[in-house]
Design a protein around this ligand. Structure first.
Ligand SMILES: Cc1cc2nc3c(=O)[nH]c(=O)nc-3n(C[C@H](O)[C@H](O)[C@H](O)COP(=O)(O)OP(=O)(O)OC[C@H]3O[C@@H](n4cnc5c(N)ncnc54)[C@H](O)[C@@H]3O)c2cc1C
Length: 376
């Protein structure tokens, strides 16, 4: 496997970095402090053609490879992880299921507007109170002629309230638990869809997460009836890699800021970078960032070659979840008291990085996927 980036990928990576530095970094503090949805950033991403980069041009995308998308997420998250998370939810959690399982009509209706950034995508799986299909207010779908009607509640909907097109999972066979789930496309302005409550989060505060209620809301079936569970596994694996790239971008910023600080901060007559304890933290941070990146690129490679990638995505997720939090904790430590201060970005990196890796469904948590495959 060749990990060298093509000239085109390198140029794209550089343009995403320049874009992030110029447009995302200046607003990132305010977006985090005030939990602002970065609408102007998303418009600019659309102008850069970043909203549907790896989808075919016949559906409004740029027809680029999946790794290019991952590289962009990594670069953008160095400056504003919330903006990168909005993009990842839009591309991986909303557009991807339509591209993978949608009818030709659903693809031609929804993908161009999503890929061009005219509309934003959201994802509704989790339910308050219990796992999907078991929760007291679970979303249930009933057939209504050619379409379906949804009733029930979701929570923690990424891009909730600001998205125009949602992927919603609902019960279609009440006797089968999670195996009785199906996926639906729901338009945000459909009668009977309401965004109930904005959830204040510890990190990724610019990506809105909300509760949503469905009251006889019209929905169109996506893919095959009662096949939602298998779709969830693939969607979360694909999105896990994207959020892993965001975690890695955050780690890169934490590492670079820590190296700079260690060289500049003087204690007991010299820079703290001369102290072995500090050097070892920097070495740990560099190793964890590097290995996270390699694991992500290898999983992306499998995905692009059309090979099975679910177990590798789970291994990557399990590693990155721990490694990325370790990196950002060490960045706080290298920065001493300043690392804990809201005046510097370091504490935000720690809060954001934690958010990238808790979004998996508990029934899909990586250890269960890995062990299930090992013991098959
Ligand atoms: C930033 C962010 C974005 C999100 N975005 C979305 C979104 O777009 N759409 C969406 O639908 N949801 C989203 N979520 C919700 C997310 O899917 C849930 O938080 C996740 O599914 C975990 O479910 P839970 O919160 O109910 O935790 P629980 O399942 O209650 O887990 C609590 C603890 O118990 C452990 N646990 C649970 N079950 C088991 C088990 N069987 N064995 C061992 N340990 C177990 C878990 O590992 C965890 O430590 C998001 C969450 C976050 C934080």
């Amino acid at each position: 496997m060749d990990f060298n980036l093509t000239d085109e990928q390198q140029m794209l990576k550089q343009s995403a970095r320049d874009f992030g530095k110029k447009h995302l970094e200046p607003l990132s503090l305010e977006i985090d402090h005030k939990s602002i949805f970065p609408a102007s950033n998303i418009k600019k991403l659309a102008k850069m053609d970043f909203m549907g980069l790896f989808y075919p041009d016949e559906y409004g995308g740029l027809g680029m490879d999946f790794l290019s998308y991952i590289l962009i997420l990594e670069e953008l998250s160095r400056y504003c992880a919330s903006t990168a998370a909005v993009l990842a939810a839009h591309c991986s959690l909303a557009a991807y299921p339509i591209y993978k399982w949608g009818s030709e009509e659903q693809k031609t209706t929804y993908l161009p507007m999503l890929c061009l950034g005219e509309k934003l995508g959201g994802f509704a799986l989790a339910e308050p109170g219990d796992a999907p299909a078991y929760a007291p207010d679970k979303v249930v779908a009933t057939k209504d002629g050619e379409t379906y009607r949804l009733n029930g509640k979701k929570y923690y909907v990424s891009n909730g309230g600001v998205a125009d097109i949602y992927i919603v999972f609902a019960v279609t066979d009440p006797t089968a638990g999670m195996k009785g789930l199906s996926a639906f496309v729901v338009e945000g302005n459909t009668s009977g869809v309401t965004t109930d409550k904005y959830i204040e989060k510890m990190g990724l505060r610019g990506m809105p997460t909300t509760e949503m209620a469905f009251d006889n809301a019209k929905a169109s079936l996506l893919g095959t009836l009662n096949q939602g569970s298998a779709m969830i596994q693939e969607i979360l694996a694909c999105a896990g890699v994207a959020f892993g790239a965001i975690a890695t971008g955050i780690c890169q910023t934490a590492l670079e800021a820590s190296i700079k600080y260690a060289k500049e901060r003087v204690q007991f007559g010299g820079p703290i970078a001369r102290l072995q304890a500090v050097q070892w933290m920097l070495a740990d941070m560099a190793a964890n960032t590097h290995l996270s990146r390699l694991a992500i690129y290898q999983t992306v490679n499998l995905f692009e070659e059309g090979k099975s990638f679910i177990t590798e995505a789970a291994i990557t997720r399990m590693f990155v979840a721990k490694a990325s939090v370790d990196v950002c904790m060490q960045a706080v430590q290298v920065h001493g008291g300043y690392g804990y201060s809201k005046e510097m970005i370091i504490e935000r990196l720690l809060r954001d990085v934690k958010g990238t890796m808790v979004s998996e469904n508990s029934s899909e948590f990586p250890q269960a996927v890995i062990a299930g495959n090992l013991l098959r």
